[in-house]
Design a protein around this ligand. Structure first.
Ligand code: NDP
Ligand code: BG6
Length: 498
């Protein structure tokens, strides 16, 4: 199908970015190289980065501006050479120590110098902390002491700080981190990122639910039998043992990405399309999730760890992982939401590393019709109507409904209608980080997490982390690397095929 044929009129909210200096701490790291800088480059190519903007990489690694630009030449997606060169001219590198005031003095001088180059107005600063979160309370106070976080009364030019997840390790540490950060920053300056919110399909949930009349009447316990949310990865932990050993999958994926997807699917309609109205509804939803039971936790929550299988190493054989590590690399859970809309509808969530394949999706399974007139086919024999929102690797949507199969006989079966975002975008896919970086530079917090939501999600999961510390509680179930996860997860529900 031709691209344009999909759309029957569309409306775009166009916002132009103002000139900005984006400072990336941890610029030598994996996130900066693999995700952030390619995303910024794509914004530049799409003319979504203001022409007077600059990017300053900061880290301890021994680069200078020339060698950092050279590194990026090998990393950035191929494009017109002149375009790449023009972009690289906007890139700068400052080597420094995160705790050394002198580094921030030099950074301040650099920002001032760049600000005078071509901009007619004072530049906004966006600081991206792409470092381990243990450094946030080193970097932010130093930025503040150097006067780099100061905004005027109305917040212009702005000073935004983007922080990566996980935000804290549990309720107490997240609260402490939050309190400390608020000594230096106002909430409107803090951008807690969850890159799943930048994915097309996840954003589309709001439009699907709230810009169509056909879904809302059936989006509740009367019509929905269950919701399954999966974020499965084929990769193991790679070289991230240092981080993952102390995080584990519950902190890495559940407390943030999984809960955000759940709240987009299940929240009530906000009064308006604004950052706070949407986040208010998410907060209400997360607070309505029934706390996990203190007894028999394993009946609703299964944790697993991948074991060696075939050529694939087990988690305990990965570089940097303790031989007897009990860190979970898989979690499956059944959640219930105590409100009128969702009373009794189970939400099944699973996420894991080293699974059969990479697949993230949200599957909504509808109830069977109350009575079948197509005897002898009974209502319960029919394939349930299912709406699947595919998050990755393909971004799209499919709806399976009962339909007559063509032919003279009466044959009925599940018919799948499907669409794929990449086809709409002419095969080009948009990285979640593009959208989120743009929003951070535009001052739009809608897709960023507010501190009360972080607190509510830790309140849900901290008791689980505490229960897991008790050796009597909840076995860690081993699963073969490359499989669908521990068989114990099947106790919760009959999952969709991975
Ligand atoms: P890296 O381990 O690659 O660290 C980033 C940089 O931080 C390093 O290059 C290093 O730069 C600096 N650093 C400073 N102190 C330390 C330290 N004690 N240990 C390790 N590095 C240090 O991490 P990532 O880039 O993978 O992740 C950065 C943040 O982004 C983390 O919070 C992570 O959870 C989050 N994240 C990462 C994703 C990814 O795909 N990588 C995806 C989503 C979130 P130098 O030594 O030069 O100063
Ligand atoms: C990150 C986690 O937040 O998300 C990683 O720290 C995980 O462990 C990654 O691999 C998954 O992101 P995506 O976009 O590849 O699904």
């Amino acid at each position: 199908m031709e691209n344009g044929n999909y759309w029957r009129g569309n409306f775009c909210l166009e916002v132009s970015p103002t000139p900005d200096i984006l400072v990336i701490f941890g610029a030598s790291g994996d996130l900066a190289r693999r995700k952030l800088l390619p995303a910024i480059y794509n914004l530049f190519r799409r003319e979504l980065l203001h022409g007077d903007s600059h990017i300053v990489g900061c880290a301890r690694h021994d680069y200078d501006t020339a060698s950092f630009r050279e590194l990026l030449r090998g990393v950035l997606p191929p494009a017109e050479p002149e375009q790449l060169e023009a972009f690289l001219q906007r890139i700068h590198y400052l080597r420094g120590d995160y705790g050394d005031p002198e580094s921030y003095r030099q950074l301040g001088a650099k920002l001032e110098e760049l600000g005078k180059l071509d901009a007619a107005m004072p530049l906004n600063y966006t600081f991206y902390l792409a470092t381990p979160s243990s450094l946030y309370l080193t970097i932010v106070p130093q930025l503040s002491a150097a006067g780099l976080l100061k905004e005027d009364f109305e917040g212009t030019p702005w000073r935004h700080v983007v922080m990566e997840k996980p935000f804290g390790r549990d309720t107490a540490s997240a609260q402490e981190l939050d309190l400390e950060l608020h000594r230096y920053l106002k909430e409107r300056q803090i951008y807690r990122i969850d890159h799943y919110l930048g994915k097309e399909t996840v954003q589309n949930i709001l439009m699907l639910r709230f810009a169509n009349i056909i879904f809302e009447p059936i989006w509740n316990q009367h019509y929905i039998a269950k919701v399954e949310i999966t974020a499965a990865e084929e990769i193991g932990i790679g070289r991230r043992a240092g981080y993952f050993e102390s995080a584990g999958l519950l902190r890495d994926m559940f407390q943030n990405h999984m809960l955000e997807m759940l709240s987009m699917v299940a929240m009530e309609m906000p009064g308006e399309f604004s950052a706070d109205a949407i986040r208010d509804e998410k907060l209400k939803l997360i607070r309505a999730i029934r706390p996990f039971p203190q007894k028999n936790l394993e009946t609703v929550l299964v944790r697993g760890q991948y074991a060696a299988a075939g050529d694939l190493a087990g988690y305990r054989q990965e570089e940097g992982v303790a031989a007897g590590s009990t860190t979970e690399t898989f979690v499956a859970a059944k959640l219930l939401i105590d409100n009128w809309r969702w009373r009794g509808v189970p939400f099944f969530l699973r996420s894991g590393k080293r699974l059969k394949r990479r697949l993230s999706e949200i599957a909504i399974t509808f109830k069977a019709v109350p009575h079948s007139i197509f005897q002898p086919i009974r209502a319960q024999d029919m394939t349930p109507d299912t709406l699947v929102l595919s998050v990755q690797p393909e971004e799209g949507m499919s709806l399976t409904i009962q339909a007559k199969q063509p032919g003279p006989k009466l044959c009925m079966g599940g018919l799948m209608m499907h669409f794929n975002y990449a086809e709409l975008a002419g095969g080009e896919s948009f990285e979640a980080y593009e959208r989120l970086l743009l929003d951070a530079m535009l001052g739009d917090q809608t897709l960023f997490i507010r501190s009360d939501i972080i607190a509510a999600s830790w309140r849900l999961f901290t008791p689980v982390l505490e229960a897991w510390r008790n050796p009597e509680c909840c076995p860690l179930e081993l699963y073969p690397a490359g499989s669908s996860g521990p068989s114990g997860a099947d106790r919760l529900t009959e999952w969709r095929e991975l």
